[in-house]
Design a protein. Structure first.
Lengths: 186, 58
């Protein structure tokens, strides 16, 4: 493969990642203006970190594809996103369904569940929201979360326990009450 | 603190795959014989699955 073809392939891969960032940011925020800012900030930060050389930056950007997602995720969580925007259902979900359209029960429950869970997550304090999403959505280990958030593993564990305790109260109120077990202290 | 309190605190660690091998084996043995902790495990699993089910695709 010639160097030109190689460079072209890498550029394409980079663009695909940026598309992914846009998609992910939109799911998180439901706000196009916020998405633009987040993606710009994320990609800029990533490139700045690795110097001015575009190709080297692109290499690193592709190799560490997970990293900008995490950065974006945290940026998204930290930026001010009103609850109404965050939990705003898809436009398609708001549309009146034709009279003859019968939505499957599972699909309906799925949509309802998604809205409820996202609303519950949005009610968590920022620190709890960060750890629960990094664990349950990004599937990072405790150590990885600690690295991303620059805090001790013990802090990750206690924040996760508190986040889960609150989510249980929001989402599964009929289950066992959140007791001392889940209320670990930092 | 009772033994069940200790094992209850291990439930999220077990689900998050954060227990060492011998701890996980010990936990499994306890779960097999303790209905209360087994119930706790199931409830934590339900919450975890609920959260993961709503994860955005990208």
């Amino acid at each position: 493969m010639s160097s030109n073809e190689h460079a072209k392939q890498e550029s394409t891969a980079g663009i695909e990642h940026i598309d992914g960032l846009y998609g992910y940011a939109f799911v998180l925020t439901q706000n196009r203006t916020v998405v633009e800012d987040l993606v710009q900030e994320t990609t800029f930060a990533q490139f700045e970190r690795w110097g001015d050389c575009g190709m080297i930056a692109l290499h690193v950007f592709i190799d560490q594809a997970k990293s900008p997602f995490i950065r974006l995720h945290i940026n998204a969580l930290r930026c001010f996103v009103p609850l109404s925007d965050f939990v705003q259902p898809d436009v398609a979900e708001n549309r009146e369904q034709p009279a003859l359209h019968i939505e499957s029960h599972d699909a309906y429950v799925g949509k309802l569940e998604r809205r409820q869970v996202r609303a519950a997550i949005q009610q968590l304090p920022e620190e709890a929201r960060e750890v629960i999403l990094l664990r349950e959505w990004e599937e990072l280990s405790y150590r990885e979360i600690a690295t991303v958030l620059d805090c001790p593993v013990g802090t990750v564990m206690s924040r996760l326990a508190r986040a889960r305790s609150k989510l249980r109260d929001f989402l599964l109120p009929n289950n066992y009450p959140s007791g001392e077990k889940a209320e670990a202290t930092e | 603190m009772s033994a069940c309190d200790d094992y209850g605190a291990m439930v999220p660690l077990f689900l998050d795959d954060e227990l060492r091998r011998f701890e996980a084996e010990d936990f499994r043995k306890h779960i097999a014989s303790c209905a209360g902790c087994r119930q706790l495990l199931v409830e934590e699993q339900v919450l975890s699955q609920l959260l993961r089910h709503t994860r955005p695709l990208y």
